[in-house]
Design a protein around this ligand. Structure first.
Ligand SMILES: Cc1cc2nc3c(=O)[nH]c(=O)nc-3n(C[C@H](O)[C@H](O)[C@H](O)COP(=O)(O)OP(=O)(O)OC[C@H]3O[C@@H](n4cnc5c(N)ncnc54)[C@H](O)[C@@H]3O)c2cc1C
Length: 394
C-alpha cells in the first residue's frame, strides 16, 4: 500500500517524459487550438501521433500487445500530468487508456486478437464508449429501471441496431467503440442491455453532430447514429443481456481517471495563482504577503492534496480489490476533485483581480475547462445519490 504514497523510479521516469511531451508538444499548441470556433478544428492528430511515439496512447496495454502494462495508479498520474498542459488532451488519452484496460478484461481471446494488435499499431487508434442518450444519462448511473432507446433486434448471425448516442468523448475520432444497446424489450436497462464492440466504418454507423463544448475543446465529443446497423454475434462483449456487468467493470478506473483529469486543471490554476500572488503588488506588498491570500493558497493546496490522495487510493484499491475495495471509491473521487477544481478556479480568478478576466493570462480557458467534470462521467449530485444508494442499500 506504500506505493500509494511513494513515487517509484519507473513512475518518476514516465512522468518526466509525459511532462516533457506536455511542454514541447501540448503547451505550444493548446491555446490556439482551444480558440478555434469550429470544434472539429480544435482537435489535433499531431498531438495524438506524438503521444503514440512515446508510448502514452498504449500505456495500459499489456507488454504482449506492445504496451507497458501501466497499473491504474500510474495511469492516473499520467492523466493528471497531461491535464496540467491541457484537459482535452488528457481526456482523449484517459478514455483510450481506460477502454484499453477494460478491453483486456472483457473481450474474449478471439476479439482481443482481432482488435488489440491493430489498435496498438495504429498511431491514430483511439477508443470510445457509447452509453449516454438524449433520454438516458443519470438513469444509467443510478440505474433507474428504464430501457435504453438504442435497441438491437436479433437476426441471423447478429443484431440489427437502431438508435443514437450523444456527448461521446472521441466519438468522431475513435477506431473502436464499446456500445451499449437494449437487446431485451420490456426489461430495465440493467437487465436487458448488451455491450457490443463496434469498428469505425461499419455500414449503418455514422457520426452525427460534433458538439460545440464550452471547454475541454481539444477533445472532440460527438453523436453516434445507428440505422439498421448489422453487428455480428462475434462482436458481443461478455454475455447477451449482461452489458451492465461490463459497465460495472468501468466504474472504478473511469471515476478516478476523470478525477485525475480535472485535478490537473486544478494544479494549473493553483500554479498560476501562486505566480501572480508572488509578483502582483498591492498595499505596498506582494499579494502573497497578505494573510487572506496566503491562507487561500493553503486551502487550495489542501483541496489538491486531498483529492489526489482520494484518487490514488481508489486506483490502488481498484487494482487490489481484495485489500478493501469499497464501491463508493468508484463514485466519489471525481466529485471531490471536480468540486475542488471549480472552487480553485473561482479563487484563482479572484486573486488575479481584473487581470484574470482578460483572456491573455489563460485563466479564462482554465475556468471553462474546470467546469467540465461537474457533469462529465456523471453529474455530481447524481453520483452523491448513487453513493448513498450503495451505502444504504438495505
Ligand atoms: C464533456 C462530456 C463528455 C462525456 N463523455 C461521455 C462518453 O464518452 N460516453 C458516454 O456515454 N457519455 C458521456 N458523457 C455523458 C455524461 O456522462 C452525461 O452528460 C452525464 O451523465 C449527465 O447527463 P445529462 O446531461 O443528460 O444530465 P441528466 O441526467 O439529465 O441530469 C440533469 C440534472 O438532474 C439531476 N438528476 C437526475 N436524476 C436525479 C435524481 N434521481 N435525483 C436528483 N437529481 C437528479 C442531475 O444531477 C442533474 O443535475 C459526457 C458528457 C460530457 C459533458
Amino acid at each position: 500500500m506504500e506505493e500509494m504514497f511513494i513515487l517509484k523510479e519507473d513512475q518518476r521516469a514516465i512522468l518526466e517524459s509525459v511532462a516533457r511531451f506536455v511542454e514541447e508538444v501540448v503547451t505550444p499548441r493548446a491555446a490556439a487550438l482551444d480558440a478555434n470556433p469550429d470544434p472539429e478544428k480544435s482537435f489535433s492528430w499531431e498531438i495524438v501521433e506524438k503521444a503514440h511515439e512515446i508510448g502514452i496512447r498504449t500505456a495500459t496495454l499489456d507488454e504482449k500487445w506492445s504496451g507497458f502494462g501501466a497499473d491504474s495508479l500510474t495511469t492516473a498520474m499520467v492523466i493528471e500530468e497531461l491535464a496540467k498542459g491541457d484537459l482535452g488532451v488528457s481526456v482523449i488519452m484517459a478514455q483510450t487508456l481506460k477502454i484499453a484496460q477494460i478491453m483486456q478484461k472483457a473481450l474474449n481471446a478471439e476479439q482481443q486478437a482481432r482488435v488489440l494488435p491493430s489498435f496498438a499499431g495504429d498511431p491514430r487508434g483511439l477508443l470510445a464508449i457509447g452509453i449516454t442518450e438524449p433520454d438516458n444519462a443519470s438513469n444509467y448511473f443510478l440505474p433507474y429501471p428504464t430501457p435504453l432507446r438504442t435497441s438491437g433486434e436479433k437476426t441471423e448471425g447478429g443484431w440489427i441496431v437502431n438508435g443514437m448516442k450523444h456527448f461521446i468523448s472521441n466519438g468522431n475520432r475513435a477506431s473502436h467503440y464499446l456500445l451499449f444497446v437494449q437487446t431485451a424489450r420490456g426489461k430495465p436497462m440493467a437487465e436487458g442491455t448488451t455491450c457490443f464492440l463496434v469498428e469505425r466504418g461499419r455500414p449503418g454507423f455514422t457520426i452525427g453532430r460534433v458538439h460545440d463544448k464550452m471547454g475541454e475543446r481539444l477533445a472532440n465529443n460527438a453523436e453516434l447514429i445507428f440505422v439498421d446497423c448489422f453487428i455480428p454475434d462475434e462482436n458481443v462483449v461478455g454475455e447477451v443481456g449482461r452489458g451492465f456487468a461490463v459497465l460495472r467493470g468501468f466504474f472504478p478506473q473511469s471515476n478516478a481517471y476523470a478525477g485525475a483529469s480535472i485535478l490537473g486543471v486544478a494544479v494549473a490554476l493553483y500554479e498560476k495563482a501562486v505566480l501572480w500572488a508572488k509578483t502582483r503588488v498591492q498595499g505596498g506588498r506582494v499579494l502573497i504577503e497578505h494573510d487572506g491570500i496566503r491562507a487561500e493558497l493553503a486551502e487550495m493546496r489542501m483541496l489538491i492534496d486531498a483529492s489526489r490522495s482520494y484518487i490514488h487510493r481508489a486506483c490502488w484499491l481498484a487494482d487490489h480489490q481484495e485489500r478493501g475495495w469499497d464501491e463508493t471509491l468508484g463514485v466519489l473521487p471525481k466529485v471531490m476533485a471536480s468540486q475542488s477544481a471549480w472552487k480553485i478556479a473561482t479563487w484563482c480568478l479572484e486573486i488575479h483581480g481584473g487581470h484574470g478576466y482578460m483572456k491573455e493570462l489563460g485563466i479564462e480557458k482554465l475556468l471553462r475547462d474546470a467546469a467540465a467534470f461537474l457533469h462529465s462521467d456523471g453529474v455530481n449530485r447524481t453520483l452523491f445519490l448513487k453513493a448513498a444508494n450503495l451505502m444504504f442499500a438495505e
